[in-house]
Design a protein around this ligand. Structure first.
Ligand code: NAD
Length: 475
């Protein structure tokens, strides 16, 4: 039995709790020690979870949107009741401060309800007196949902909300780095949803691959890194699954000359350092004009030096550790590369913390250049480069000089000018005077290698359905 932290964690297959013969340790990134054991699903368990989802599909798909909305609301309420219990588990496995962990679960509860409003049944395209053409929307079947380790609960909730609301059933797999809170979410599903509608299985990367190959799964909703996204797309092609890929980003924040630096600096800082910078849509590069450059660097440096870093259970902690050793090593490698570039100034941080766990001090790198790894790659950590630009054309060109295209922001006192600059940035979401956040009615996804397809909004719901065109003679 997989145990630890006062809980025994089990998969949810066909509405039932199940252990596995094998298990793996889950590490607390604030101590670098294993604190719990997680069951490791076998291929046979995946087969049974898929079979359960297929059995549950016809009756779930036959329900009305209102009926499914009610069932999903019951699931959301069940999750809300357990926030105080699941939040600390999320902190222990993910590292984020416990207040932020509870906020994430609260956000998931909100999204589960806010995303289930539109009823998409049919749509009249044309009635010209001779023919009526209409579109009819059908659920697809069984969805395989694969989640990463930075926001395990809210990213799973996005998939669950539209996946189930559209009439599909699901097998959900969390990251092996952060499986436990999601397994507890599976317990909530056992109590609130019909059997087999939402199955939750923990396992390694191989479980993810088996899902993408599985003939009983019709659609994959994947959130994770670009390299894994490419593997998922290749391996899903064997059965021509419908696929959405929500991948990494290297988001630029472009500051225009008329921006109110004192007012915006805390927002840019928050957009870069929330969740220790481990957010797909975090600010990952800042472009500032000459005249605002030093005040901005000074403001960011001050905030970085006073940011409270520690174990997510310590009082008043604002930022936890990196989530895992691999990411900690990657960000340290990027820091080493940064230090080799002549001229780059580390004005805050630039080092690990002298304690166990995967802690890196909030770091500001001034006079960063376009060639350093910190600017070219997705750092996914608490290290922010600040770059100087000549004019807006230069800033836009450099903002777009990347294979990523997830999100971006433009900061200005002239909102409409900001919107014009925003339209020229190659990214799926561009905010004016804001960065980071998802909203139920805003489609979210990437340009270029940041993804394929959209989640959330009308487009997100459509992506979980097959569209059928029907042409009928009008009598
Ligand atoms: P990852 O790609 O390593 O893993 C994501 C998930 O894929 C995990 O559950 C993992 O077990 C599974 N997996 C690994 N190999 C697989 C394979 N061959 N087939 C199928 N599944 C496989 O990503 P990560 O390191 O967990 O997450 C960080 C990355 O996710 C960052 O790049 C970040 O930007 C991105 N991300 C994107 C979004 C978005 O919405 N665009 C949101 C959050 C994170």
């Amino acid at each position: 039995m997989a145990q630890g932290n006062g809980y025994s964690y089990t998969h949810t297959i066909d509405g039932q709790s199940e252990a596995s013969e094998r298990g793996f340790g889950v590490i607390n990134p604030a101590t670098a020690e294993v604190f719990a054991q997680c069951p490791d699903a076998s291929r046979e368990q995946l087969d049974r979870a898929v079979a359960a989802a297929r059995r549950a599909f016809p009756s779930w798909a036959a329900k009305s949107f209102a009926e499914r909305r009610e069932a999903i609301a019951a699931f959301a309420h069940g999750l809300a009741k357990r926030i105080d219990e699941i939040g600390p588990v999320l902190t222990r496995e993910q590292g984020k401060p416990v207040g932020q962990a509870k906020w994430e679960i609260g956000g998931a509860v909100h999204e589960l309800e806010a995303m289930c409003t539109e009823e998409l049944t049919s749509e009249l395209v044309r009635n010209d007196g001779k023919h009526r053409v209409e579109l009819v929307y059908h659920p697809i079947g069984v969805v395989g949902a694969i989640a990463p380790w930075n926001f395990p609960i809210i990213l799973a909730a996005h998939k669950i909300a539209h996946g189930l609301y559209a009439g599909n059933t699901m097998v959900l797999k969390p990251s092996p780095y952060t499986p436990l809170a999601t397994l507890l979410m599976g317990e909530v599903a056992r109590d609130t949803l019909p059997r087999g509608v939402l199955n939750v299985l923990a396992g390694g990367n191989d479980l993810g691959q088996w899902m993408t190959e599985h003939p009983g799964i019709d659609r994959i909703s994947f959130t994770g890194s670009v390299p894994t996204g490419k593997k998922v797309m290749a391996s899903s092609s064997g059965t021509l699954k419908r696929v959405t890929l929500e991948l990494g980003g290297n988001d630029p924040a472009v500051i225009l000359e008329d921006a109110d630096i004192a007012a915006i600096t805390p927002n840019i800082f928050r957009g870069a350092f929330l969740n220790a910078g481990q957010i797909c849509m975090a600010v990952k590069r800042v472009y500032a004009p000459e005249k605002l450059y030093e005040p901005l660097v000074e403001g960011l440096t001050k905030l970085a030096l006073s940011h409270r870093v520690g174990d997510g259970f310590e009082d008043n902690v604002e930022m936890g550790p990196l989530q895992n050793k691999m990411q900690f090593d990657k960000v340290n490698g990027i820091l080493e590369d940064t230090k080799r570039h002549k001229g780059a100034r580390i004005t805050a941080g630039g080092h690990t913390l002298n304690r166990p766990g995967y802690f890196i001090a909030p770091t500001i790198v001034a006079d960063a250049n376009d060639e350093m790894r910190l600017v070219r790659e997705e750092q996914f950590g608490p290290v922010l480069p600040v770059l100087k630009y000549k004019d807006v054309e230069d800033a836009i060109r450099r903002a777009n000089d990347t294979r990523f295209g997830l999100c971006a922001s433009v900061w200005t006192s002239d909102f409409e000018r900001g919107a014009e600059v925003a339209k020229r940035i190659e990214a799926g979401t561009v905010w004016v005077n804001h960065h980071v956040g998802s909203e139920a009615d805003m489609p979210f996804g990437g340009f270029k290698e940041s993804g394929v397809g959209r989640e959330l909004g009308h487009m997100g719901l459509v992506s979980y359905m097959e569209v059928q065109a029907i042409k009928v003679p009008v009598a």
